[in-house]
Ligand binder design. Structure first.
Ligand SMILES: C[S@@+](CC[C@H](N)C(=O)[O-])C[C@H]1O[C@@H](n2cnc3c(N)ncnc32)[C@H](O)[C@@H]1O
Length: 247
């Protein structure tokens, strides 16, 4: 059995993708579920501790709600908090997010280092989106909250871009749906392109570990094999899921 954290209500916790900022549950409940997930990730050795600044997270959330143009998103408030917290805790100097669409997933990662919720200083935060118009929208969104330019979204095929990168990648977020016909299978192509740049302790987050588990079978088999990753856990706090893996 793959390592897993599953909240009891994961299947009944639902969002309207066109109304992503609507409150779905009491804040204390959201915090408790995400805290439990972080405790499991820490116990598995994937993150070093579970402490993060919840007020900063809420400042980040409010800034995104006020300034981002989001036509739709499948990132639930729980998932947004989890992704932000993993970044706030692991503090990647270089973070790459692949398949960022309008930039909401990108900023869920990068928002731990830029904007109103920043809790550490990063060097490079890169969002990759293959569709030119969506990449341009994502970049416009990000510029509204990060005047520093540390966080950037660019139009590129994530496999090619990551292959050409130099320097370490400390956190890789995967969400591309493979415009080239590979579908979610492109996750493994992107990870393979990043592999020799990811040092021990680096983290990979893969969205849709639940609702696209079949299409991600090769990817999930790879990261759950301890010959490849030190540890990996399927975090099931909503219907989409997030596979969290550490080298
Ligand atoms: C389904 S969207 C992700 C949306 C995100 N889960 C959310 O809820 O906001 C996937 C995005 O990946 C992009 N994409 C597909 N293949 C890609 C690739 N090879 N490189 C970069 N982006 C890619 C698509 O254009 C699309 O915008």
């Amino acid at each position: 059995m793959p390592a897993e954290f599953r909240s009891p209500d994961w299947d009944s916790y639902r969002m309207d993708m066109h109304d992503p900022h609507r409150k779905l549950e009491p804040l204390e409940h959201e915090v408790r579920i995400v805290d439990r997930a972080l405790e499991h990730l820490c116990a598995a050795g994937i993150i070093p501790h579970t402490q993060y600044d919840s007020d900063k997270m809420l400042a980040f959330r409010a800034q995104v709600a006020a300034s981002f143009d989001i036509p739709w998103t499948a990132i639930t408030p729980r998932q947004q908090r989890l992704i932000w917290a993993v970044n706030a805790i692991s503090q990647p100097k270089t973070m790459v997010a692949a398949g960022v669409f309008c930039g909401n997933t990108f900023i869920s990662n990068a928002g731990a280092a830029v904007g109103a919720g920043a809790v550490y200083r990063a060097e490079r935060l890169i969002g990759l989106e293959i569709k030119q118009d969506e990449a341009a929208r994502a970049e416009r969104n990000v510029r509204r909250i990060d005047p520093s330019g540390v966080a950037k979204c660019v139009a590129a095929d994530a496999v090619d871009f990551v292959r050409g990168m130099t320097g370490d990648i400390n956190l890789l977020y995967l969400d591309a749906d493979g415009a080239g016909g590979r579908g979610k299978g492109v996750y493994l192509d992107i990870l393979e392109a990043a592999w020799d740049k990811m040092p021990k302790g680096s983290i990979v987050l893969a969205h849709n570990s639940v609702n696209c588990a079949e299409k991600l079978a090769y990817y999930l088999a790879f990261v759950r094999d301890t010959a490849n990753m030190a540890a990996s856990m399927n975090v099931v706090i909503d219907g989409e899921g997030l596979e969290v893996s550490a080298r």
